[in-house]
Write a protein that binds this ligand. Structure first.
Ligand code: NAD
Length: 364
């Protein structure tokens, strides 16, 4: 079977971790025709747009994309290209597995959690009003006229929309995933004790959807601050987590920390017909071109892509090879060593070569 997949290398360390991933896929012998397109800094330089329409169009056409991280300068007025891709393509699920791969120095062993982060709403919707702008002052005036609680004059404002529609489809996706993948429990993460209407709607909708899975899947809910503490103490207690966008973002990084860091944290943005696979980590600009960072998060994201394409056996070999290299610990990057300045750490290319060597051994 051959596939056509859109490829965006991204910024900073993106091109290096994407190259590493392509080498692994080639070693596996999966026949993929990559359609290379640009977004982020490269696109801004070549056509003056961070996210050219053509890039979106190829993803719509191919239905599947692999993407490196893209830089978003803080507070510079334009929104994240990564968030724009998710929103414009209606990729409403951000799925992030938090799985132990036998790293000797990881905080926990046998963690196996799936994070399902709602990807289109919440404080990530990008509806923001700067301090002291006329529209912000008008909004504050209007809000103060109808709300018992008052907003301080001169405040900046971010809006947190949560809809029944989006809450329902993420909850349903999580339950369906749990059923198809032999998962036992789905837990809703929220702060409905404080945000009664937004998080309250997310929580109630979750329980409405859960009714259809009664007797098949165990259901629970947990307040996000409590979850943060419990995850660090007993992550084995959790299975599938469903979260609104912002908590999902934060808990994804916490989850990455449990298993050994961002260098191991894979991700997939999934909609009804399109999926874009990318690591959880960003473009780590300070390491650009240094052959330093861990390519495994991106390689594992490609493994999620292989499963999505139906190449489950290839994905199993790839993950097996990664697990063996991590457990062996002699050919891993600095972030998977006991200390950051460990002289035995190898570079991006060398880790990739070790994974490829193991892929070939497992394929014999
Ligand atoms: P980051 O994830 O890029 O890096 C934070 C730190 O994590 C790095 O300094 C490094 O120490 C470590 N790290 C990250 N990836 C690693 C890897 N593969 N191997 C080893 N160590 C790794 O986060 P940041 O510095 O907050 O963000 C940098 C840029 O990336 C920002 O512009 C941000 O907006 C963007 N970003 C993009 C995405 C995306 O494309 N989906 C996601 C997150 C951040």
């Amino acid at each position: 079977m051959s596939y056509k997949v859109t490829l965006i290398s991204g910024d900073g360390i993106g091109p290096e971790v994407i190259d590493a991933t392509l080498r692994c896929i080639e070693a596996l012998g999966v026949d993929i025709e990559w359609e290379r397109v640009i977004a982020g800094e490269a696109a801004l330089k070549s056509c003056g747009k961070l996210l050219p329409e053509e890039t979106l169009e190829t993803i719509r056409r191919n239905k599947v994309a692999l993407k490196g991280p893209i830089t978003t300068p803080v507070g510079k007025g334009f929104r994240s290209v990564n968030v724009a891709i998710r929103q414009l393509l209606e990729l409403y699920v951000c799925m992030r597995p938090v799985k132990s791969f036998g790293l000797p120095t990881a905080f926990h062993e046998d963690v196996d959690i799936i994070i399902m982060r709602e990807n289109t709403e919440d404080l990530y919707a990008g509806i923001e009003f700067p301090e002291n702008a006329p529209e912000t002052n008008k909004l504050i005036e209007d809000m103060n006229a109808i709300s018992e609680k008052k907003i301080r004059k001169g405040s900046a404002i971010s809006i947190k929309p949560i809809s029944k529609f989006a809450s329902e489809r993420i909850a349903r996706f999580a339950f369906e995933y749990a059923i198809k993948n032999g998962r036992k429990k789905v837990s809703c993460v929220h702060k409905a004790n404080i945000m009664k209407y937004t998080d309250g709607l997310f929580l109630h909708t979750f329980y409405d959807v859960a009714k259809a899975y009664k007797g098949k899947i165990e259901v629970s809910d947990v307040i996000v601050d409590n979850l943060s503490m419990q995850l660090t103490k007993r992550p084995k207690f959790f299975d599938v987590l469903v979260l609104p966008n912002l908590y999902g973002d934060i808990i994804s990084d916490l989850g990455a920390g449990l298993i050994g860091g961002l260098g191991l944290a894979a991700g997939a943005n999934i909609g009804d017909t399109i999926a874009v696979f990318e690591p959880t980590h960003g473009s780590a600009p300070k390491y650009t071109g240094k052959n330093k960072v861990n390519p495994i998060a991106t390689i594992l994201s490609a493994s999620l892509m292989l499963k999505y394409l139906g190449e489950k056996d290839k994905a199993k070999i790839l993950e097996g090879a990664i697990e063996d290299v991590i457990k062996d610990n002699s050919s891993v990057t600095y972030d998977l060593k006991p200390t950051r300045d460990d002289p035995t750490a190898v570079g991006t290319k060398e880790t990739t070569s070790a994974i490829i060597k193991r892929i070939k051994e497992l394929q014999k």
